[in-house]
Design a protein around this ligand. Structure first.
Ligand SMILES: *Cc1c(COP(=O)(O)O)cnc(C)c1O
Length: 352
């Protein structure tokens, strides 16, 4: 049976990418060798890494603007620590915007290395909105935000204006919409939400912000070490980088961020319109801050919930259980999710 995969992560990838990746596992570039059994320093794999880096800059509109692209390991969770290691002076200070579980985990790691000022938080209402109108202390060394809150279903639409380096965790909405990406000095994203399989983390960093802390940074945590080695200081996660590259190529062929944003907006509208007009359902996020990637909603009547769950299962709808901290449902409608799958979910909602 065809499944409609609404998983929050690891999550849906384009079918054609999975087919290409399957072939490369058995026979990569007609080498009669598998992608995952050749040297990462072979010309064939170096070309994959370079292509992935080039597609990243191209799609984000950051070519020739002084940014480096890395495909690291340790997940977005390791970036929570690498960011302060590389950007915060000893006993320095950083400003963080707390919009959910992932932001607070980032704050926890930064506190190991210096002073963290949480300049705004939406914790008071279980992170159901994006805080606005806050001020950023002038003595901070960088500002950190989370563009899309995967668990709570909120998304930043307007980013803080600041002269300080702006750092953003874009794990769950990278490559999903058009933004002026040059407003960010460092972007990071675990691949497994909207870019590829688990196992690699994309980091896009403006070179000029590095090397200013005076800290001794362990090699594996030092962005400059990775940049100097063209993202191959140690063995990269070859499969995850390859599949990410294929997904980025798929996205470029589709028309890039402008094209995917249009499709993502249409999917989000279809689902939110049903949530707002169907009396059985209620959205959990503030309307103006709603995520176009993770749609969180509740069903008020528990008896109806049981029949909704049953109908979803019968229709092959998978992965819509909400995170325990919000409850209800979460439909993740990342780039690779077709409109027809969202329609299949909406059709079930109409039957309740
Ligand atoms: C999933 C997620 C993370 C954690 O990613 P890992 O790769 O598992 O470390 C961090 N931030 C956001 C916004 C996420 O959605």
């Amino acid at each position: 049976m065809k499944k409609h995969n609404f998983s929050a992560g690891p999550s849906i990838l384009p079918r054609v990418v999975l087919e290409q990746a399957s072939k490369a596992i058995l026979n990569f570039n007609n080498l009669d060798l598998s992608l995952i059994e050749i040297s990462h320093r072979s010309a064939d794999f170096v070309a994959v890494m370079e292509k992935a880096q080039q597609l990243t800059l191209n799609l984000l509109g950051l070519e020739n603007k002084g940014y480096s692209v890395l495909f690291l390991q340790g997940g977005a969770s390791l970036e929570f620590l690498m960011v302060p290691y590389n950007l915060m002076k000893e006993n320095g200070k950083a400003a963080y915007i707390d919009t959910g579980v992932w932001s607070s985990k980032a704050i926890k790691e930064a506190k190991l290395l210096g002073n963290v000022e949480t300049v705004a938080s939406s914790k008071d209402k279980n992170y159901s909105y994006i805080p606005k109108n806050f001020s950023i202390p002038q003595d901070a060394e960088y500002v950190h935000c989370t563009s899309n809150n995967t668990i709570f279903g909120t998304q930043i639409k307007t980013f803080p204006k600041t002269d300080m380096p702006l750092v953003c965790d874009m794990s769950s909405d990278i490559f999903s919409r058009v933004l002026d990406f040059s407003q960010f000095d460092l972007i990071y994203a675990g691949a497994q939400k909207n870019m590829g399989p688990a196992g690699t983390t994309l980091v896009v960093v403006k070179d000029e912000i590095l090397g200013k802390t005076g800290r001794t940074i362990p090699s594996m945590l030092d962005y400059q070490v990775h940049i100097n080695s063209e993202s191959m200081y140690n063995t990269p996660s070859v499969f995850a980088v390859y599949v990410s590259m294929l997904t980025l190529q798929w996205l470029k062929d589709l028309g890039g961020l402008a094209a995917i944003e249009k499709m993502n907006n249409a999917k989000a509208k279809l689902l939110y319109d049903e949530i707002d007009t169907n009396p059985n359902f209620k959205g959990t996020a503030a309307i103006e801050d709603r995520s176009h990637m993770n749609v969180t909603f509740l069903i008020e009547d528990t008896e109806k919930a049981a029949s909704f769950d049953k109908l979803c299962k019968e229709a092959g709808i998978s992965g819509i259980k909400g995170h325990r901290s919000v409850g209800g449902y979460r439909a993740s409608i990342y780039n690779a999710m077709p409109l027809e799958s969202v329609q299949a979910l909406v059709d079930i909602m109409k039957k309740i």
